[in-house]
Structure formats: structure tokens, C-alpha cells
Design a protein. Structure first.
Length: 167
């Protein structure tokens, strides 16, 4: 028999609190789902109602979610197990105006030898190579260029010699 890494044993008060949360139906859906999972895998009265696999199937989630709920219950406590984990990192790379300007200016230069035009991945690689940023994804480059209405080196962005006016 396999050893259980995270053993959920609810107290009577915790079980009652979960049942109230489910029966009221006013909490966010994720809290209700996690409450169902905790009740299903509870071992305080012997064997659980369901295995992790069965609980995942019954509540339309993954086994990893069941494991995460159990882990948070054991390591962080009852309240934490009902909620989603907060992101530790910000979701987007923060660029200052100067760095953004450098990257946009880079798109106006000639592409590297062997390339007809700048691609998002090439811009990202060159930005790191030139030390503008420590790391950046091609998706972040796309978002930056969309925000600035820049078309990274194509003729319509005004960088082409064909678009220059004779003065």
C-alpha cells in the first residue's frame, strides 16, 4: 500500500464549516469545489469517500489540483486550502520607457545578416544580447510593439528609405 504524502483529517468544526459553505452556495465556485474535494478525501473517520483520482473526476478537475488542495491544507491550514494560490511573480515583464524606446528603435534598424526582416524572437534575442533586459519573451515584445503601434521593421512604420521625404 502506497504511503499518503498529504493526509487530510478534518475536525468536526471544519467539516461543518465546509458543509455550510457548500449548502449556502454563495461562495466563489473555486471555494465550493475545494470544499467538496476536502470532504471527499477526508480521512478523519477512517477511509476517505474517494481516492484522489475519483475526486478529480467527480469534481471535474485534475489530480494535481486535488494534490495541491491537500498540500495547502496540511502545510498552510484550513482557510488557505479553500483559496487559489496567489501568484508569486508579476505576470508581465515591467519595462521602463527608456528600455521600450531602445527596443522600438532596434526594430527600425536593418535586420541581422541572413534575415529579411526582424521577427519577434530575433528582437527578443537581440534585446538580451545588447543588455537592454536580462530576459524577455517574444510575446512581451509583441505586446510592447502592439502598445506602441509599431510594426517592427516593415515598410509601413516609416523606417523604410522609401517612406522618407526629400527635403
Amino acid at each position: 500500500m502506497a504511503k499518503i504524502k498529504y493526509r487530510v483529517e478534518l475536525t468536526a468544526d471544519e467539516r461543518l464549516s465546509l458543509l455550510e459553505l457548500i449548502n449556502k452556495g454563495e461562495a466563489p465556485a473555486i471555494h465550493i469545489k475545494h470544499a467538496h474535494i476536502l470532504l471527499a478525501v477526508d480521512r478523519s473517520q477512517g477511509e476517505p469517500l474517494m481516492s484522489d483520482t475519483d475526486a478529480a473526476k467527480a469534481y471535474f478537475t485534475t489530480q494535481q489540483t486535488v494534490l495541491n488542495v491537500k498540500r495547502r491544507f496540511v502545510e498552510e491550514g484550513f482557510e488557505s486550502s479553500l483559496r487559489r494560490k496567489k501568484r508569486e511573480k508579476p505576470s508581465k515583464v515591467k519595462l521602463d520607457g527608456e528600455t521600450e524606446a531602445r527596443i522600438v528603435a532596434l526594430t527600425c534598424t536593418d535586420p541581422p545578416e541572413g534575415h529579411a526582416r526582424w521577427t519577434l524572437r530575433l528582437i527578443a534575442e537581440k534585446s538580451v544580447e545588447l543588455g537592454y533586459v536580462d530576459s524577455i519573451s517574444h510575446v512581451a515584445i509583441r505586446d510592447l510593439l502592439n502598445k506602441t503601434n509599431c510594426s517592427h521593421g516593415w515598410l509601413k512604420n516609416g523606417a523604410s528609405p522609401n517612406n522618407q521625404r526629400n527635403t
